[in-house]
Design a protein around this ligand. Structure first.
Ligand SMILES: Nc1ncnc2c1ncn2[C@@H]1O[C@H](COP(=O)(O)OP(=O)(O)OP(=O)(O)O)[C@@H](O)[C@H]1O
Length: 639
């Protein structure tokens, strides 16, 4: 069996750590950790709970790699999630998790965690992705060239230099392979040399040579920067296995072995499962503890639940387990450094905003579904509106046509923002992943997204606006057209923000599209067109919907803009006796106590309010999640 070059003493010699050793500590320990989920199917107990992990005890130390291994579904990811404080909402954990000997709940940005699901901006190249991430994550005192140097080095170390200018790919565009994406995700996590690095299957999708190179680089950085690394790993080769300091073997949620990698072989020998001479130890352990298949035969012994039970009991009565407990008790007696966020070590908020604006702008430019597709549809609709209402004129019939045309433009064009929803969801996924890993703050995201989308929103409101306005023949004064375009532009900004708020609350694509369309439908219904304002039922529709629907201000502004100054001939042709302002007030029940500019002002004010709501929604969601979880857990334990 291949072992690490310099095996560490285990249990530790002496009873404590020196001050030098404790400086910059990053120490994990967990005792009797159990995880159960509710609302699950399959083997559940009488309370409907399924136990995923039970009695897990262990630790992870700086400068060392702990490998978590076991058959698929044994609870490796669940253990990492529990340690990172990222369990699913239906999961409850028992037992104790300490960081630096203190009970701390890991929050945003306190550790780097590469989950199995990658969230990468698919339109960017490898180089762009790592460069932008370096600018976001690395300290403000570091120069741009130093950041790029580090990014280049990490790209090289992960063997991605040949794919430097390859786009990540997605949505039917093939870019990086699965293994390359995996390595890119590792690059992003390694940029800052984080104190805690959790990797869920870092070598999946990689061939054995690539797996070794990647893990070897991680091992080097682990020793060089004293990082504490935990990696859930499938089927490592002997070479890769030799890089690990400690091993945690799980089977059906039970710990079969936790201790130094080099002592595992002896443990299996003692328990009657010696490793065949030509087999890799890691492979042997995994075959031995896999109970998923009937034919599991190792050295003539069938590996069933009983064998697992035997190994688990044997481990609990072994000296190795005593050693683990001793190590944990030593750790707990130490007064470790408090666990701090890395915020102070990052780029300034202004730099983060500028980098995010640039990155988001490029993504919007390259993702056809973000704006370009909509622009095409808007142009087509601009022509459609222009031809249906062409040369509207000033006859009595034009009164109704004007009202309908303005209604269609202000409501239907904005409702098409739903078309960009898939892109919003993708962007939110990246944001949420980067946020969890503490790459930047919520404020930087909200401001940068608003700024990067402005040019595109101006484009998609102006071009179809010009087409529809000129073909229909609305009032010719430039001031009237500018107002028309400004209302369209502001409405686009608002609807865009509304959809991102929906994507924050409902990140599921289909549910988000339905929720977004439903919300807009309610706003349009209460805008005062389909039912006149005074006829809207007071409860809900008038108060508050009529007052919070931005479509109402857009519609009123557009009506005032178009009708003010016009006179219509009476039906059957006669002298111009119908004053348009009278029509606005008496027929359309428009509030004439203030000018159209006030309507536009309200819309602009709403832009800030909506962005503040987006900021608040993200913050509240982050704040509420642990509270809801705690409430769910107390309900579960009350069962
Ligand atoms: N939130 C959850 N709700 C219901 N079941 C869950 C939940 N989380 C995990 N499980 C179940 O717990 C078991 C362990 O899952 P986990 O993802 O930890 O396994 P794993 O060892 O990481 O597997 P793999 O190696 O295939 O990724 C699986 O059967 C999974 O379906």
């Amino acid at each position: 069996m291949l072992c690490h070059d310099s095996p560490r003493t285990f249990p530790p010699s002496g009873s404590g750590y020196s001050d030098e050793e404790r400086r910059g500590w990053s120490l994990f320990d967990w005792e009797n950790l159990g995880v159960a989920v509710s609302n699950s199917y399959g083997n559940v107990d009488k309370d409907g709970r399924k136990v995923i992990l039970t009695g897990a005890t262990g630790f992870a130390k700086p400068g060392e790699i702990l490998a978590i291994m076991g058959p698929s579904g044994c609870g490796k990811s669940t253990l990492l999630d529990a340690l990172a404080g990222r369990l699913a909402s239906n999961a409850r954990h028992t037992g104790r998790v300490l960081i630096n000997g203190r009970k701390t709940r890991p929050t945003y940005g306190t550790m780097a965690y590469m989950t199995q699901e990658q969230a990468l901006t698919w339109t960017l190249t490898v180089k762009e992705t790592v460069y932008y991430s370096a600018e976001l994550q690395l300290p403000k005192l570091m120069s741009k060239s130093e950041k790029r140097e580090r990014a280049d080095r990490i790209i090289r170390e992960m063997g991605l230099q040949d794919a430097l200018n390859t786009k990540i790919g997605g949505w039917g565009t093939k870019g990086l392979s699965g293994g390359q994406k995996q390595r890119l995700s590792i690059c992003l996590q390694l940029l800052t040399h984080p104190k805690f690095l959790l990797l869920d299957e870092p070598t999946s999708g990689l061939d054995s040579a690539a797996s070794y190179h990647v893990m070897n680089q991680i091992a080097k950085l682990t020793r060089q920067y004293n990082m504490t690394v935990l990696a859930a790993i499938h089927q490592p080769s002997s070479q890769v296995f030799g890089l690990f300091d400690n091993l945690c073997l799980l089977s059906s949620g039970k710990t079969i072995y936790f201790g130094p990698t080099h002592a595992a072989n002896q443990f299996f020998v003692v328990n009657g499962f010696p490793c065949p001479s030509l087999q890799s130890p890691a492979e042997h352990y995994l075959i031995t503890i896999n109970t998923d298949f009937d034919e599991g035969l190792v050295n003539g012994k069938t590996c069933d639940e009983k064998a697992i039970e035997l190994l688990s009991e044997s481990y609990k009565s072994s000296e190795i387990y005593v050693g683990v407990q001793h190590e944990i008790s030593v750790i707990c007696q130490q007064d470790g450094d408090p666990f701090v966020k890395k915020g102070s070590m990052q780029a300034s908020s202004i730099t983060q905003c500028l980098v995010l604006v640039e990155r988001s702008f490029i993504n919007m430019y390259r993702d056809i579904g973000y704006y370009w597709l909509r622009l095409g549809i808007y142009i087509a609709l601009g022509f459609a509106v222009g031809t249906v209402f062409s040369n509207i004129g000033y006859g009595f019939g034009s009164l109704h046509a004007r009202i309908s045309m303005l209604m269609f433009v202000s409501c239907f064009l904005t409702i098409l923002a739903i078309g960009g929803f898939p892109s919003f969801v993708e962007e939110m996924k990246v944001f949420q992943w980067e946020r969890l890993n503490g790459h930047y703050g919520v404020g930087s995201f909200v401001i940068s997204h608003a700024m990067s989308s402005m040019p595109y929103l101006l484009l998609i409101s102006l071009i179809p606006g010009v087409i529809a306005y000129s073909l229909v023949g609305l009032q010719r004064e430039p001031e009237k057209f500018i107002y028309f375009a400004l209302v369209l532009f502001t409405s686009m900004i608002l609807v865009e923000c509304l959809m991102i708020i929906v994507a924050t609350i409902v990140p599921n694509l289909l549910m988000g599209i339905i929720s977004g369309a439903g919300t807009q439908g309610l706003m349009i219904l209460s805008a005062g067109f389909f039912q006149l304002p005074n006829d809207l039922p007071n409860v809900f529709w008038r108060y508050p919907m009529y007052y919070i629907s931005f479509h109402r201000y857009a519609l009123q502004g557009l009506y005032k803009n178009e009708f003010e100054g016009l006179k219509f001939p009476e039906y059957l042709g006669g002298p111009p006796t119908m004053d348009a302002e009278m029509i606005l007030k008496d027929v359309l029940q428009i509030e004439m106590g203030y000018s159209k500019w006030t309507d536009l002002g309200i819309l602009l004010g709403m832009v800030f309010v909506y962005r503040a709501i987006l900021f608040g929604t993200i913050k509240i969601t982050e704040w509420l999640k642990p509270i809801i979880r705690a409430f769910q857990l107390s309900c579960m334990s009350g069962n």
